[in-house]
Design a protein around this ligand. Structure first.
Ligand SMILES: Cc1ncc(COP(=O)(O)O)c(C=O)c1O
Length: 384
């Protein structure tokens, strides 16, 4: 067989199918399997959104190619939504729609970095970010986050890792896998560091719709009149609108970045899927209250998860994820996750999927399960 590229060979296998394969051996002895591997909200999309997607999918014009950076109506709707959420003026021209946020990140990496360059990525990291960089020959330079800091990264430790090949700092807040919400002052310190060292700040806020409204905007970066010179904001429609299968994400960035991004967009997606764009343009303003209701559901699930689990286990927790520390005497995370899936029907992801130094951790995406099912957690985890 001819050779594969070294960069793809060095890239990890997909995490979620690996964990699900362990569960194929589960015999059902502990009851119905509980799958907490993937970050998907376990409730359906809004019925009117589904109706509109179906209608749009049946129309001839959404069958054709659309604008490279997405349909104007959705770009305008998101610009307005982002502007309202962060209290800033965002223009339609600042928004590009992508075929999901994973692709938004992979294309962003292409725009700003070349093989041999590096991005600073707090660990534990979201595995697809690291995989996208690895595939492109770009180093994900680990910036370790500590449980005693609630997994919030430290700008001073980040600065010590910067070298002449560093192109960007990547932050994910609320975080996957820890659920950590970075305080505004930490985000601002990273923005100042990036600016001082001539780096891009990439901010993946896929989970921002699940932040508590009472806390106000998570940062004021969009209020900086110069934000377009250094900030790249990533967003996903997958979680907030429950439509991960329709593959819609977004990049909010300034005109110089958008101009370069258009090359990647044209080459890698040509245009994002069109039926869902049409329907989501309606949903962004129309389903604001529904989204707020879902935030309450997630808060209830977080409370159920917290109530079910021994507090000693929980190292961090946010609106979608619990990041557990295995008790002393338990096997390491890879073995523990395999045993839990194969023998107890509890599917979760082991820490090593999220980068170095995570051998004692498990990620539970509790967003997937109703609060009643989360009550099964102690029984399944006991004595591991
Ligand atoms: C932080 C983060 N970014 C991006 C994504 C992917 O989103 P999308 O479905 O839009 O590609 C996920 C999905 O889990 C995520 O957790």
């Amino acid at each position: 067989m001819p050779a594969f590229s070294p960069t793809i060979l060095e890239t990890a296998d997909p995490a979620i199918p690996t964990a699900r394969a362990w569960a194929a051996r589960y015999d059902g002895a502990r009851g119905r399997a509980l799958d907490l591997t993937q970050a998907v909200p376990g409730y359906p999309p809004h019925p009117e959104l589904m109706r509109r997607i179906a209608e749009a999918a049946g129309s001839r014009d959404t069958a054709g190619y659309g604008p490279i950076n997405g349909d104007e109506a959705l770009r305008a709707a998101l610009a307005e939504d982002v502007g309202g959420f962060y209290g800033a003026a965002i223009a339609t021209a600042d928004v590009a729609i992508t075929a999901g946020c994973n692709l938004a990140f992979a294309m962003t990496a292409k725009v700003i970095a070349s093989p041999g360059d590096n991005l600073l990525v707090p660990t534990p990291w979201y595995f697809n970010h690291q995989m996208a960089l690895s595939m492109s020959g770009i180093e994900a330079r680990a910036l370790p986050c500590r449980p005693e800091d609630r997994f919030v990264p430290d700008p001073a430790r980040a600065e010590a890792l910067i070298d002449g090949r560093t192109r960007a700092i990547l932050l994910v807040t609320p975080n996957n896998p820890t659920g950590a919400v970075y305080p505004p002052e930490v985000i601002h310190a990273f923005a100042a560091l990036a600016k001082r060292r001539g780096l891009w700040l990439i901010l993946d806020e896929t989970y921002r719709d699940f932040l508590s409204e009472a806390d106000g905007p998570p940062h004021a970066l969009f209020q900086d009149p110069e934000w377009r010179d250094g900030l790249v904001h990533l967003y996903s429609f997958s979680k907030a609108y429950c439509i991960p299968g329709h593959r819609l994400g977004a990049v909010v960035a300034g005109p110089a970045f958008q101009r370069q991004l258009a090359k990647a967009l044209d080459t890698l997606q040509i245009c994002p899927a069109r039926p869902a764009q049409r329907a989501v343009a309606w949903a962004v303003p129309a389903l604001r209250e529904w989204r707020a209701g879902n935030r309450a559901i997630m808060e209830a699930r977080a409370a159920a998860c917290r109530a079910a689990l021994n507090a000693d286990w929980i190292d961090a927790m946010g609106s979608y994820f619990a990041y557990l520390r295995l008790p002393d005497g338990a096997p390491d995370a890879m073995a523990a996750a395999e045993t839990l899936a194969a023998e107890r029907g509890l599917l979760c992801l082991p820490g090593p999927f999220f980068g170095p130094g995570q051998e004692r951790h498990l990620r539970l995406a509790f967003a997937n399960a109703e609060a009643e099912r989360l009550a099964e957690l102690p029984g399944r985890l006991a004595g591991i």
